[in-house]
Ligand binder design. Structure first.
Ligand SMILES: NC(=O)c1ccc[n+]([C@@H]2O[C@H](COP(=O)([O-])OP(=O)(O)OC[C@H]3O[C@@H](n4cnc5c(N)ncnc54)[C@H](O)[C@@H]3O)[C@@H](O)[C@H]2O)c1
Ligand SMILES: [Fe+2]
Length: 451
């Protein structure tokens, strides 16, 4: 880490910078004395612990960022269209993007609900043909993505539309790159293995959860290796994300709860992640506000379009946050739970989230305070108390949305907890984002508490 000679600080007050103790601590000498400042190399933030009141610096410095040191690489989606009824525009949008023959990817539940036919009709009104693939299963596998791509190849599709939850959208995203890259989805699981951009994609989420409509990953299960892994590449970032809250009103309460908790987990984990950036933090905090404040209403009143809109907006922002900041240990633990026990992704994430925040209390203290301030007006006496309040808030949400005891239904044995803990540690890239060191013992302790 190279520090600039002169920090462009707001420091008329600052006499001179005297010493850098290490990468994370700088001492400033003021006319009135010295203070030690913590420097956060990744985000470029400075925090001022134990500032002497005499300096009256707290307000002046709070939130100041040293722009010279600020470095991040922001990733974005080309376009997001949001609004009740905006699904009516999907045909025009595809036409404008030169799609002529669309692979429409969804699942049978959506077909039974009539959502697939409704969207197919809107698309075909524009003289565009469609091939429907509605065989996506929850927590999709490599084989499903291959089967979906095969349907697209046979139909000579030049465009992919994914409609549904993360399962359908991830299948669609994988199929879109398989239409322009040879082989099977299994060839591309990992980081940046996809050679060619895929065909153009539009994603239409019908759960307010994964944010897959804006992320650069398609998560698929490798059943042979018993691993859930992503095809991570900018080529799966959708071209257009079309978000219509009305499409989410048919979600049953339990799926609203679990997918909503997945979104909140993205928002919180991306915020505390070691990989967070000033950009991702903005998305994270707004996503926390939208999802934490409206999830309970969406579960209790499925037709409340205000709550549904807030949830869909929040889950999309949380998607942008993980695109830039990543996720932490709750996700690492939840993946093997889906592979070995079929536990829905959002159920695992949601129940694990309060425990993971607790595990990070020491290492992400300031950020957890900020999270509490985002969901509550209440001021806390101390950092410790604010963190505890936030953890209580998450626990209450898990209980009030009915997720609390769901994991107990899976009757996971002590031996299986050992296995889940081992498999969690395989996801070393995700674990590395966790602010506190996370060991196999931590995984075991948390899993024993929740299972
Ligand atoms: N790509 C990413 O960035 C990302 C992020 C997080 C999770 N994921 C992945 O997404 C998958 C989970 O997605 P999910 O949580 O959205 O669940 P899902 O897609 O599996 O859907 C859950 C259930 O809800 C039903 N459903 C969806 N929309 C509905 C609606 N409007 N009305 C009624 N029923 C509806 C589906 O038919 C399905 O049965 C997992 O595989 C997870 O790993 C991906
Ligand atoms: Fe997730």
């Amino acid at each position: 880490m190279v520090f600039p000679n002169e920090l462009d600080t707001p420091l008329e007050l600052c006499h001179k910078r005297v010493e850098i103790f290490d990468k994370c601590t700088i001492s400033f000498e003021f006319k009135t004395g010295k203070i030690l400042v913590n420097y956060h190399p990744h985000s470029g933030w400075l925090s001022f612990p134990a500032i002497d009141d005499r300096h009256r610096l707290t307000d002046r410095f709070k939130g100041k960022r040293y722009m010279k040191e600020l470095k991040f690489d922001g990733r974005m989606v080309p376009r997001i269209t949001f609004g009740c009824g905006c699904i009516q525009n999907i045909g025009d949008e595809i036409k404008a993007l030169n799609g002529t023959n669309v692979l429409l990817v969804c699942d049978t539940a959506l077909s039974v609900l009539g959502i697939t036919d409704k969207i197919k009709t809107i698309i075909e009104k524009n003289g565009i043909t469609t091939v429907v693939f509605d065989n996506t299963e929850p927590e999709p596998s490599l084989e499903t993505a291959d089967e979906c791509a095969k349907a697209g190849r046979i139909g000579q599709c030049d465009f992919v539309v994914g409609v549904g939850g993360g399962s359908s959208m991830d299948t669609a995203k994988a199929a879109a790159v398989l239409l322009t890259n040879e082989g099977s989805a299994r060839d591309y699981q990992g980081q940046n293995l996809v050679k060619n951009p895929g065909v153009t994609t539009v994603m239409v989420p019908t759960t307010a959860g994964t944010g897959s409509e804006v992320t650069g990953v398609a998560v698929l299960i490798n059943r042979e290796k018993k691993l859930k892994l992503g095809i991570n590449t900018p080529y799966v970032i959708p071209f257009l994300s079309l978000l219509d809250p009305e499409l989410t009103v048919t979600l049953p309460p339990q799926i609203t709860a679990s997918t909503g908790m997945d979104a909140l987990t993205h928002a919180v984990e991306s915020y505390i992640s070691k990989n967070s950036t000033p950009l991702s933090e903005i998305f994270s905090l707004k996503a926390v506000e939208c999802t934490a404040k409206h999830l309970k209403t969406a579960v209790e009143n499925p037709n409340d379009l205000e709550a549904r809109s807030q949830m869909l907006f929040g889950s999309c922002l949380a998607g942008l946050a993980i695109l830039n900041g990543g996720v932490c240990a709750a996700h690492a633990m939840s993946y093997p739970m889906s592979v070995f026990h079929g536990i829905p992704h959002g159920v695992g994430c949601g129940i694990l989230l309060p425990r993971v925040v607790e595990q990070n209390k020491e290492h992400a203290g300031e950020k957890i305070v900020k999270l509490w301030e985002t969901v509550s007006e209440e001021k806390s006496a101390s950092k410790e108390q604010a963190a505890d309040r936030f953890i209580d808030f998450l626990n209450d949400l898990v209980i009030s949305t009915g997720l609390n005891d769901l994991l107990k239904n899976y009757k996971i044995t002590a031996k299986e907890i050992e296995n889940l803990s081992e498999k969690t540690m395989v996801l070393s890239g995700v674990i590395a984002n966790n602010p506190a060191p996370f060991t196999i013992e931590d995984a075991k302790t948390i899993l024993e508490k929740v299972c």
